[in-house]
Design a protein around this ligand. Structure first.
Ligand code: GLA
Length: 391
């Protein structure tokens, strides 16, 4: 796990200045996949992995970005920051700066040290964690306090407009707004949310297939285009349907023949997933874990078969969990095409569950997975250990 005190001393010895330190968590999505950009519902929780951002002001007009993960430092002029991505890790913090500049803020001179332990490319939102940690650090430095939903939207825009991935709002939103021991049912239309407490008797077991996923890649983007194609076809008949959030299975019956067969399948996933997600939140809130597990299983099948966003390894990881003691529900989480499965497991069985799943998966695929027993953590914040305000 990350260590703010260690980042503080790294930053101090590198830059000679006392930093303020902020942390932003990664996330696991319990249910509601590829529904966020269709203005639908998602139910993620933040996890115990996070990115830390240590920041201190400078007086030389430079923005200096250091990553402890990459052991690399890059310098820029605060007055002429890059306007375009370069494919480098600095795109994530620079994207946030570009959006803040676009909002009319003057970007000051500062040193920023980043250090994270969210596994990269695993569908656990390492990029959102970097964006939110950076945004919190920089807005604190310039003494601007955005409401958290607005901060999340700015971070999403930095990813859409600068990094070049067409992601929705889910990852940045949960990183910025999570509440410890809760999942959050988010309405991606108006960003209102409801907390769904995760009982202490339930563990979040995250099983990494070790198959890398990339949301800047073509599959995520093509799925989004198919979802939008389906919505556009329905809108020709029902102009009030701007997003699949507003569509029903009945619309697919009526107008599905006007869509490409793939758009029809993708739409069926999104429409049914929205219903499942709201039902899953109800189930969690009312302690109906059996129903929650059933909905997660159904969601995985829909994600795998209609949305075709799973892969052999993720299907295996879900299948191999089914008869293990303590399993409540399992499914592939995140953008798809690899990454992690989320398993809700009775706490008392979590360790044995993780060990047995790891063994089974290794025997089936020849890949040693990483399996983490997590709890739902709190959202991004200034870390206690930070010593002084920077302003
Ligand atoms: C990625 C994106 C999110 C969301 C999920 C799929 O994590 O960043 O916005 O679309 O995929 O649910």
């Amino acid at each position: 796990m990350y260590d703010p005190a260690q980042l503080r001393s790294i930053h101090l010895s590198r830059f000679g200045d006392e930093p303020a330190i902020f942390a932003a968590p990664g996330r696991v999505n319990i249910i509601g996949e590829h529904t966020d950009y269709a203005e639908g519902f998602v139910m993620p929780a933040a996890i115990d992995f996070a990115t830390l951002a240590a920041i201190s002001p400078r007086a030389d007009g430079k923005v200096v970005l250091y990553s402890e993960n990459y052991a690399e430092q890059r310098e820029f002029e605060a007055s002429s920051l890059p306007a375009e991505r370069s494919g480098h890790w600095t795109d994530y913090p620079l994207g946030v700066l570009a959006v803040l500049a676009g909002e009319g803020h003057t970007i000051p001179s500062f040193s920023l040290s980043l250090w994270g332990d969210v596994p990269l490319g695993s569908g656990l939102s390492s990029s959102a964690a970097i964006e939110v940690a950076t945004a919190l650090a920089v807005t604190a430095l310039i003494d601007v306090g955005y409401p958290r939903p607005v901060l999340a939207r700015l971070c999403q825009r930095s990813e859409n407009e600068f990094v070049g991935s067409s992601c929705g709002i889910m990852d940045q939103f949960i990183s910025a707004n999570a509440a410890e021991n809760n999942a959050l049912l988010l309405d991606c239309r108006d960003l209102t949310f409801r907390l769904a407490p995760i009982p202490a008797s339930v563990a979040l077991v995250i099983a990494n297939t070790m198959v890398q996923h990339a949301i800047t890649g073509g599959e995520y983007t093509s799925r989004r285009a198919q979802v939008e194609e389906a919505a556009a076809v329905i809108a020709r008949h029902r102009p009030e349907v701007r997003f699949l959030r507003d569509a029903t299975l009945d619309d697919l019956e009526r107008y599905g023949s006007e869509m490409s067969p793939l758009a029809l399948k993708r739409a069926r996933h999104v429409i049914t997933e929205n219903t499942r997600t709201v039902a899953a939140a109800e189930a969690l809130i009312h302690h109906d874990l059996k129903e929650l597990g059933r909905l997660m299983a159904e969601a995985h099948v829909s994600y795998s078969q209609d949305f075709e966003a799973s892969c052999e390894e993720a299907d295996a990881m879900v299948e191999l969990a089914q008869d293990l003691p303590g399993l409540i529900g399992a499914r592939l989480t995140g953008g798809g095409f690899g990454g992690c499965t989320v398993n809700l497991v009775e706490q008392q069985h979590a360790r044995e569950f993780a060990a047995a799943l790891g063994q089974r998966y290794a025997a089936r695929t020849g890949i040693i997975p990483q399996i983490h027993i997590c709890h739902a953590s709190g959202g991004a914040n200034r870390v206690q250990e930070s010593i002084q305000a920077v302003t």
